[in-house]
Design a protein around this ligand. Structure first.
Ligand SMILES: [Zn+2]
Ligand SMILES: [Zn+2]
Length: 292
């Protein structure tokens, strides 16, 4: 019997405490999970959490792997404004350290917007910002501290956003020596067709050809908006623009890549049902213990 190689989970709330987050992970059948380690809409530095140890131990016991954090939405390492860039570098560095202390493996960061200065300049700034944030995080953490690995997510390509193409993600991989996160809703509205199984197979092949083994994470979201619309919006799997029969093609092309949904919350029964559905679409309820 073929075994599923993609580990499946979703973004989870932390508002009730990290113990509650773990409870949800268990209830929903998550094998991996994503959280925010600070308010994503504000600049406040993440505070050390009293329940950090509970989370480190609990996520290990539950076998959540990898554990992921999503960085603040305000971070823009590509901005033409140097004050915003500096603020973003420091904020990302703080998040890498806070996440590290929670045993988080990966921190997803958006590539940002060049603000009219052009993609080339924006990409230079992004690469430099990522390098500086990692360096700064190492300093903040000190010799004993853990620092999570930052990974860059593809955008929908609205306005002057960078990294809406696989080629641009490939540039980040080569130039910054980083791995990436691919969001399927962003991919679709950025112009990559996932509306038939054949099209989805081609998208997976193109992704592998451009980014290769450096895909650290798949954000599995159905797209609320049309192909090429450059408008973000996530739907539950099967309720948006991507027919469910397309997803197995994408999973088949991306063996072993962990999968996290960022779809709207709909109560624990419905969310558990969605996790179960995605496990089946990815090859079955049982995950291969050794990965691939
Ligand atoms: Zn994101
Ligand atoms: Zn995403």
């Amino acid at each position: 019997m073929p075994e599923r190689t993609n580990r499946i989970g979703r973004h989870l709330r932390t508002s009730g405490g990290l113990g509650k987050t773990l409870e949800s992970a268990r209830e929903l059948g998550c094998e991996t999970a994503q959280i925010f380690v600070s308010n994503p809409q504000g600049w406040a530095v993440p505070a050390p959490r009293a329940d950090a140890e509970v989370f480190v131990e609990g996520s290990h016991e539950l076998g959540l792997l990898p554990v992921i954090a999503h960085a603040k939405y305000l971070v823009n390492l590509s901005s033409p404004h140097s004050d915003l860039r500096e603020r973003s570098i420091e904020a990302l560095a703080r998040e890498l350290v806070t996440a590290g202390a929670l045993g988080v493996d990966l921190v997803v960061v958006h590539s940002g917007s060049h603000g009219g200065d052009g993609e080339e300049k924006g990409m230079d700034r992004l690469v430099e910002g990522l390098e500086r944030a990692r360096e700064l995080a190492g300093g903040f953490a000190g010799s004993s501290g853990q620092v999570a690995e930052p990974i860059v997510e593809n955008s929908v390509g609205a306005g002057t956003q960078l990294c809406s193409t696989f080629d641009a993600l490939g540039d980040v991989v080569r130039r910054a020596g980083m791995r990436v996160c691919v969001d399927t809703a962003h991919t679709f509205v950025a112009g990559y067709d996932l509306s038939t199984p054949d099209a989805a197979r081609l998208v997976a092949a193109e992704l592998r050809a451009t980014v290769g083994q450096e895909i650290a994470l798949l954000h599995l979201n159905d797209a609320r908006n049309e192909l090429g619309s450059h408008r973000d919006g996530h739907s539950k799997i099967g309720e948006g623009q991507v027919p469910v029969e397309c997803w197995p093609e994408l999973f088949a092309g991306l063996p072993g890549v962990p999968v996290v949904m960022e779809t709207p919350y709909d109560g624990s029964d419905s969310d558990a049902e969605e996790v179960r559905l995605v496990k089946e679409l990815a090859g079955g309820l049982l995950v291969s213990p050794g990965g691939v």
